[in-house]
Write a protein that binds this ligand. Structure first.
Ligand SMILES: Cc1cc2nc3c(=O)[nH]c(=O)nc-3n(C[C@H](O)[C@H](O)[C@H](O)COP(=O)(O)OP(=O)(O)OC[C@H]3O[C@@H](n4cnc5c(N)ncnc54)[C@H](O)[C@@H]3O)c2cc1C
Length: 221
């Protein structure tokens, strides 16, 4: 099994485990905690880092027991420690992460300088005081907007759908509605990126060309 999942070198093939869990996202970590706490010999295989998708979240507000919210990184670290405490073993064979790339024409010119696929503390610092656009209308984009709005001048949220309610949790929509420096633009997509291209280490200034999506509604907000 380890061989099939690419862990041949990282796993001692002679050991026998009661349970092998593939993936150390929230589901895998929870399974490891409960199984190991019941005395099972647990091995968790992970190709990236414990935490999975949740590990990249700036603030998770709807996880049981964390009424004030918790960052995905901290949640993952705590669950990892908890699973370890009960004796679960981990084998991590990093294979890197491949994000789905945007198909906006010309986006590759700005990749890594002005266009990012994450909203971490680094992006928040780099965009401090600037105007930024966040593309997407689901929870990940919503969290990025709330997070960036603390440090940037203005956030434009570009959503292809008719409203945030189609794809975002209600609590997050409420947070966004209360932010004075956020504009939500529904039925909108980026059709072009224009600019001078990456500068020497600095962010390249560029303009985003927006176009309303064809629809039978009331118009673009
Ligand atoms: C930015 C962001 C913010 C989010 N915020 C929230 C939120 O606030 N509230 C909420 O409820 N949900 C949120 N989500 C969604 C939530 O993170 C996911 O629903 C949750 O992580 C799913 O957990 P999982 O363990 O099933 O899968 P994943 O988190 O996808 O974990 C799967 C793990 O398996 C590993 N893996 C995959 N294939 C293999 C393999 N062959 N061998 C070994 N390992 C493998 C992956 O590397 C990964 O670590 C957010 C997601 C993102 C991206």
């Amino acid at each position: 099994m380890a061989e099939q999942f690419g862990f041949a070198g990282a796993v001692d093939g002679s050991s026998v485990h009661d349970l092998v869990i593939v993936g150390a996202g929230p589901a895998g970590l929870a399974a490891a905690v409960y199984a190991a706490s019941e005395g099972l010999d647990v091995l968790v295989l992970e190709t990236n880092a414990p935490g999975g998708q949740a590990g990249t979240s700036s603030r998770i507000e709807n996880y049981l027991g964390f009424s004030a919210g918790i960052s995905g990184k901290l949640l993952a670290a705590r669950a990892f420690t908890q699973a370890n405490k009960f004796g679960a073993k981990f084998a991590v064979a990093p294979s890197g992460v491949r994000y789905r790339r945007s198909d906006i024409p010309g986006v590759e010119r700005f990749q890594g300088t002005s266009v990012s696929h994450a909203a971490t503390y680094l992006e928040a610092q780099l965009c401090g005081g600037e105007e930024v656009a966040v593309v997407g209308g689901a929870n990940s984009a919503g969290q990025a907007v709330v997070f960036l709005a603390r440090t940037v001048r203005h956030v434009h949220m570009l959503v292809r759908g008719a409203s945030l309610a189609e794809s975002m949790s209600r609590y997050l929509i409420r947070c966004i509605e209360e932010l004075p420096n956020v504009t939500v633009r529904t039925r909108t997509r980026i059709v072009a990126l224009e600019g001078t291209g990456p500068g020497r280490g600095a962010l390249a200034p560029f303009a985003v060309t927006l176009r309303p999506r064809p629809h039978r509604g009331t118009g673009v907000r």
